[in-house]
Design a protein around this ligand. Structure first.
Ligand SMILES: [Zn+2]
Length: 414
């Protein structure tokens, strides 16, 4: 597979590095014991920034079909995420006065975690979910779902068959599509001229500010600001009219946009909040290429602090285990070169992962009970977004004197 060195938003050559995390296997490719003696494919995690349009992007080293066509992640497994979706649907029903004559379309609708709430309110829905196994589960639950990647062609085709939608939703998908402009054109094809497109994605401003470099992995093809997201939408005839800042995924934006390229288009002036978020980005330096320059140094500091800690613990004869086996943990561990020598094992609540090994680093994954048996001196928390919850859950480890280690945003021993 050839890798394009042109910016996927404006076509200019990509010559500048945002951060280079070296080589890593795809972060969800957990290994069985019988795979440990085989070769493993590593791909670059070399993130670039476009000098011209400022889009921060990872070239499509791994094809989307390989990542998403049989995806293991089920959105409904997280109760807080399902509740987040329910509140959104109720708000939108009120704001747009949606009912039995309306249509909501969701791109990357997963197992229907969001659209199920619209179905419950009697609003017709269409889900578009590339992973066939997950689309099948949604259909079994009575949530009409079709299986393909959204782009201009498939969006136009779906609109011809089902009519255009009052509301088109895309949550945690805008960063995950290698051809962001074609995807945006698909959104435009699906929405009525006076309809609304709502997109949620992690905000690059927060990623940089909170040093969440481990959220960089092959499934995330771009790292968006309001400015660059608006530019991608504009190329598809959509204008950003409103924004909300959300706490999800370490700090996300919810962008509302409307068609601007049709006689019946009703997009007004952007809200005050749009101007405020743009100003915050400008104040943080993110509207210039130079303003992105310090991040690579911050990343090195995290790596150096974590390695220093682990090497010292090892020399002092202390034992160290991990908690969690999230995708982001694999970026961190591979980037830092941490294997069983520095982190004996990790534990995870998901039974699907027990007995498996982390990609690249081959650190074994056990059930959480293993902690009480092994009684490690330190427990490194890999999903930092859940640190409060995990420290609370593992309070029993204090009995044998264990301490918790959180590497991001800066190394902390608690
Ligand atoms: Zn560009």
């Amino acid at each position: 597979m050839g890798v394009s060195v042109a910016c996927r938003l404006c076509g200019e050559p990509l010559t500048r590095t945002f951060v280079d995390l070296g080589m890593s296997p795809p972060c969800e490719s957990y290994l069985r014991a019988d795979q440990l003696d085989s070769g493993e494919t590593f791909y670059p995690l070399h993130v670039r920034i476009c000098d011209n349009c400022l889009l921060v992007q990872l070239p499509a080293y791994v094809a989307a079909d390989d990542v998403f066509s049989d995806y293991l992640y089920f959105s409904s497994y997280s109760t807080s995420w399902v509740e987040h979706a329910r509140r959104f649907v109720v708000d939108m029903q009120e704001r747009l006065d949606l009912g039995a004559e309306s249509l909501i379309v969701e791109a990357a609708s997963n197992d229907g975690y969001l659209l199920q709430h619209a179905v419950a309110l009697g609003i017709p829905v269409l889900g578009i979910e590339p992973a066939g196994n997950i689309a099948a589960i949604a259909n079994e639950k009575g949530i009409r779902t079709e299986s393909y990647f959204l782009g201009e062609e498939t969006g136009t085709d779906a609109a011809a068959r089902h009519g255009r939608a009052d509301l088109v939703v895309g949550n945690n998908v805008f960063a995950h599509v290698p051809d962001i402009v074609d995807f945006a054109k698909g959104l435009r094809a699906l929405v009525k001229d006076d309809g609304l497109v709502s997109l949620e994605f992690p905000h690059l401003l927060r990623l940089i500010e909170r040093r969440q470099y481990d959220t960089i992995y092959h499934e995330h093809y771009q790292y968006l600001t309001l400015k660059t997201a608006a530019l991608a939408l504009e190329k598809a005839g959509l204008k950003v009219v409103d924004v909300q800042e959300l706490a999800s995924h370490g700090g996300s934006l919810r962008l509302m946009s409307q068609p601007m390229d049709a006689p019946a288009a009703t997009a007004g002036e952007p809200s005050e909040l749009v101007l405020k978020v743009l100003q915050d980005e400008a104040d943080a330096g993110l509207h210039t290429v130079e303003g992105h320059a310090g991040f690579a140094r911050e990343v090195f500091t995290i790596k150096a602090e974590l390695l220093e800690f682990l090497v010292q613990a090892q020399r002092a004869g202390k034992s160290v285990a991990g908690y969690g086996a999230p995708g982001k943990g694999n970026t961190l561990l591979n980037h830092c070169g941490i294997r069983e020598d520095l982190l004996a094992f990790t534990v995870d609540r998901s039974p699907h992962k027990h007995g498996m090994f982390l990609p690249g680093t081959h650190i074994p994954i056990h059930a959480p009970e293993r902690l009480a048996e092994a009684r490690p001196d330190y427990i490194v928390i890999l999903p930092w977004n859940l640190r409060e919850e995990i420290v609370h859950q593992l309070a029993y480890a204090r009995e044998w004197g264990a301490k918790f280690v959180v590497p991001i945003p800066r190394l902390e021993v608690i």
